[in-house]
Each structure stands twice: as structure tokens, then as C-alpha cells.
Write a protein that binds this ligand. Sequence first.
Ligand SMILES: Cc1cc2nc3c(=O)[nH]c(=O)nc-3n(C[C@H](O)[C@H](O)[C@H](O)COP(=O)(O)O)c2cc1C
Length: 345
Amino acid sequence: MLEKFRFLTAGESHGKCLTAIIDGLPANLEIDIEFINSELKRRQQGYGRGGRMKIESDTVEITSGVRFGKTLGSPLTLVIYNKDFENWSKIMSVNSEDETSEKSFTAYRPGHADYAGSIKYNQKDLRNILERSSARGTAAEVAVGAVAKLLLKHYGITWNSNIIQIGQGKTEEEFHSEIDKAKEAGDTLGGKFEVIFENLPVGLGSHVQWDRKLDGKIAQAVMSIPAVKSVSFGNGQHGYKIPGSEFHDQMYAENGKTIRKTNNAGGVEGGMTNGEPLVVKAVMKPIPTLKTPLNTVDSSDMTETTAHFERSDTCAVEACAVVAEARIACVLANEIMLNNPCDFV
Ligand SMILES: Cc1cc2nc3c(=O)[nH]c(=O)nc-3n(C[C@H](O)[C@H](O)[C@H](O)COP(=O)(O)O)c2cc1C
């Protein structure tokens, strides 16, 4: 189906920059660059991040689509420069005369894109797969999501996210000690988080076609975040063990309004927002690059070896939640624009 708010991103992890082009924004939307930068900063934070986050301090440059602080309705281009590129300019050069095997590797990392990507794109140097499959690219998505959030903010929509569990830990203190233990063992951790959007109008999405259902669109947007392996709505993950009499959110009339006392549906019924908070829960698997590496195969000679290791996060669940907020904000911005009769705000 034809979407309205669309975007593409480009850029390698250690390349010169990340770029995103957003199409379908309304004109006259105020663009607060400080807000976009603060969202980028949120993505870089969180207990358990690796050394890369100490090098980068992401800020965005807007190179099209905005004049005097407001959108023009034309495509908006965002650029984020990789500070680490100065250490990689020869290794990531676009020029054939600079070709080098420095930083090449051939030992697949189980759980990452190396194996399937190298076969699909016929690449011997797994660096050529790592560079784009790295979650560094999510910085561009968070910048796009920040623009989407500015649109949602204009309509009074609010959001937040919470970490529910990391390893066995359920409190912040326990999250930190779980991550410390994993780091010490050269291991990694995943976790579970939730993202909540409130003040959404009733009826975003639609029940009439499978590809217009809002829960389906959001599930795709969140499931495709690197390392996310499970997505659910409200109490959906427990739906198999709760009877209908307890699961469904009963309705009551109060001052001429329909209200609910529970939100097991997570704000979506029939593929449409129902006016309750949208509650999306997701599980991020453990980071695949381990300091104590896993058994693998070296693709250069088909011998068994241990997986490639390079600077990596121990746990990135907090950052993942920020990426999920951004991805969901983009889906919601699209729905708002599909329902918007004008191309301006
Ligand atoms: C914010 C964020 C940071 C990540 N950091 C790392 C990392 O430092 N090292 C790593 O191996 N994977 C990291 N990942 C996960 C990989 O990018 C992901 O597992 C890989 O691309 C394979 O995709 P899949 O897990 O969805 O199959 C990160 C993911 C996110 C969302």
C-alpha cells in the first residue's frame, strides 16, 4: 500500500557518515535540532555499552527540506558524521587504489549477519557485511524517529520506554550487576523492554486489509531492529494462559465516554488504535559479538576456530528501547499523515 511518511537510510558503521532522507513530512513543522541531538544522545547511553560510544558524540546536520527552522514539505535530509572515520578513512575508502586487507576478517560471528550476508552478497571479507549490519545504522533511524516525534508532539502525543528485565535482574541495581557479571566473563546479555505512546486518536490503522493493520506495521518496525527477537502488545505474550473473561478489556460508560479499567490489548483492537495507551513489549537477544568468542568456522579455509571479536557492547537494551521508540514514532507519523487531509500543519 502507498505510505506517506517514508524514509531510507545509508551509511557504513565506520564510513564517513550516516544519511537519511525522509519523504512525506508536512510543511510548516518546526524542527528542533537540539531535540534530535538529545535523542541521538539517549541512543548512545545505557549501562553496558562498548568503547565506540566514547568516540562518537552524534549530532545531526540537516541538508535539505528545512528553511528558517520549519519544514518545506520537500524531502528532509539528515546527516550524522562518524567521528571514528578519521581512524578508518583508508580502510573504508571508496577508491580502488586504497584497497587493503587491514581489519578484514573471515571467522563468522554466530548470531550476526556475517554468514548469511557473505553468501548472499558473495563477499570473502566479512567486514563488507559487518559494516552495514552493525547497529551503528540505528543512529540514523533515531534521528528520523526524532523528526517523527516532533510531528506527534504537534498533535499532543507523548511517549516513554522502560526496561523490564536484563538477564535475571528486575531492578536497575540488578541490571547493572548482571551486566557487570557478563562483562567480566567476556559474555553478553539481552533483555526485555516496553515502549508506550499515549494520547493517540482512536482509529489509526485499519481492520480492512492485512497490510493496513497497525499492530502488524508496528511489529515489523520493531522486529527488524537488530537483535530484537520477540514483539508483543499489552499482555499479549500471556494470552495463551488467561481466559477471555479476564483478558479482554471490559468497557464502561462514564460521562458519555467509553472507558476501560484494564489495557491487556495494549491499545490496539482490530488493527486500530482504541484510545488506550499503545504498549509494545519486545525482547532483545544477547549481543552476538563475544569477548570470550564462540565456536565457529573460518570461511577462508573451512577450519574450526573462534569467532571474530572487535570492540562491542556487553548489553544495549536501553539503546534498543530508544531505537524502538523511534521506529514506532515513524509508523505513527505515517498513520497521522495518511489521515491528514492537508500537507501542512
Ligand atoms: C542499539 C544496538 C546496539 C548493538 N550493539 C551491538 C554490538 O556492539 N555488537 C554486536 O555484535 N551486536 C550488536 N547489536 C546487535 C546486532 O546488530 C544484531 O544482532 C545483528 O545485526 C544481527 O541481527 P539479528 O540479531 O536481528 O539477527 C546491537 C543492536 C542494537 C539495537
